[in-house]
Design a binder for this molecule. Structure first.
Ligand code: FES
Ligand SMILES: [Fe+2]
Length: 391
């Protein structure tokens, strides 16, 4: 692994014990060389979330996505499994589908010279090559990438070097499983482009030290000092924590009321809290008693990130004619915009070459967990924290 263009001595300051450490060096947020390194090693080089399984509901559904700078073709095959392929025809490399587009078709056809592939990626037809001596169709299947569908999210390892997916989410299954995100259906999505580094969004998400200053609506339904962060990921590449709902609040909404039933497998404890998890590098997963909100981050540039925020509900609620997801969407759209404004201001602040990394408050242990994970990644160390979670 090539070393990132970042001072390892400065990373030592980030990795000091909590209470003595400082934030990541400024270059991590503004330097194009660091961003390119992250693309190679974190985005293309790791397990990146490239979408939702529900967007490829049926065999034959196809969708083009990006894992960092790498184009990926996602296809649900006849056996129900989603395959990820390099989105490049084996003839002369034309994209099989344009980025962001989707279609339903029982085969994959290249729009350039019409080579075609089965849904499992094997070559089906290459016009004119039938008579060509030495042409072996089996040698020209699509390049398959390690792909995982986990609780309704699709992850791809575009480099093929990231290791087992299960290791990536080690320690997370027990937290997420009761919410059955794979069963839920997205009712609404919002798209934002935030003028901020992608890591700043995750750092902001991991602390509520800022909540009393910028989130009056949030503080009304969730005490900003409540909850705690999980002290260890148990080895997986994630960080997280939970916050309590205020007395009388059923969920995160402007009036604390919910328009949906509590999710069927969420227990009494889960009904009084919201769990917030960052799955490295690009998922922010917010587990509410009655809905799951997912932010998918697409880093576009050192100072620009696209965010797709989706709100998913139990099908029995979402499909009610009178169901209105607005109670959740409106609350979080207000809160999202407050957060994006803060993140954009941090990015502008970091434009000063005189800025030096600052310390973390006792209430920013979640940020500490996140930035030390990133720092370990820069140093080529495992992302996950090795310590067993405290009871
Ligand atoms: S590049 Fe796809 S058929 Fe030629
Ligand atoms: Fe916030």
């Amino acid at each position: 692994m090539d070393a990132p263009p970042i001072d390892p001595v400065a990373l030592e300051a980030t990795l000091r014990p909590f209470g003595q450490s400082t934030m990541l060096p400024r270059g991590a947020y503004v330097d194009a060389g660091v961003f390119a390194w992250e693309d190679r090693h974190f985005l293309q080089g790791g397990w990146m979330c490239v979408g939702r399984g529900e967007d490829l509901a049926d065999p034959g559904d196809q969708r083009a996505a990006m894992a960092g700078g790498a184009g990926v073709l996602l296809v649900r095959a006849d056996d129900g499994c989603v395959h990820g392929f390099a989105n490049a025809c084996r003839h002369r490399g034309h994209e099989l589908l344009r980025g962001g587009e989707g279609r339903h078709r029982p085969i994959v056809v290249c729009p350039y010279h019409s080579w075609s592939y089965r849904l499992d990626g094997t070559l089906r037809g290459a016009p004119g090559f039938e008579s060509l001596e030495g042409f072996v169709p089996a040698d020209h299947g699509l390049v398959e990438l390690p792909t995982a569908e986990w609780h309704g999210l699709l992850f791809v390892d575009a480099s093929g070097t990231a290791g087992p997916f299960d290791d990536h989410v080690l320690g997370l299954e027990g937290l997420v499983a009761p919410y059955e995100p794979e069963r839920l259906r997205t009712a609404r999505r919002h798209h934002y482009v935030v003028q901020s580094n992608w890591k700043i969004l995750s750092e902001n998400y991991q602390e509520c030290y800022h909540c009393t200053m910028i989130h009056p609506q949030l503080c009304a339904v969730s005490p900003p000092n409540s909850g705690e962060n999980y002290r260890s990921s148990g080895g997986g590449a994630w960080v997280g924590g939970w916050m309590a709902l205020a007395d009388g609040a059923e969920t995160m909404s402007l009036d604390g009321r919910s328009a949906a039933a509590a999710l069927r497998a969420v227990g009494a404890e889960g009904r009084r809290r919201v769990i917030y998890v960052v799955i490295f590098p690009n998922v922010l997963l917010s587990l509410h008693p009655d809905y799951v909100m997912t932010h998918l981050l697409t880093p576009l540039a050192p100072d620009r990130t696209r965010v797709e925020c989706g709100w998913a509900f139990a099908p029995e609620d979402r499909d009610r004619p009178d169901f209105d997801a607005g109670y959740a969407v409106d609350f979080w759209d207000v809160t999202n915009r407050q957060d994006w404004a803060a993140c954009e201001s941090v990015q502008r602040g970091l434009s000063s070459t005189r800025h030096t990394p600052g310390p973390l408050s006792p209430r920013e242990d979640g940020v500490y967990h996140y930035v030390t994970m990133v720092a370990r990644g820069y140093l080529g160390l495992p992302l996950g924290s090795p310590v067993v979670p405290a009871p």
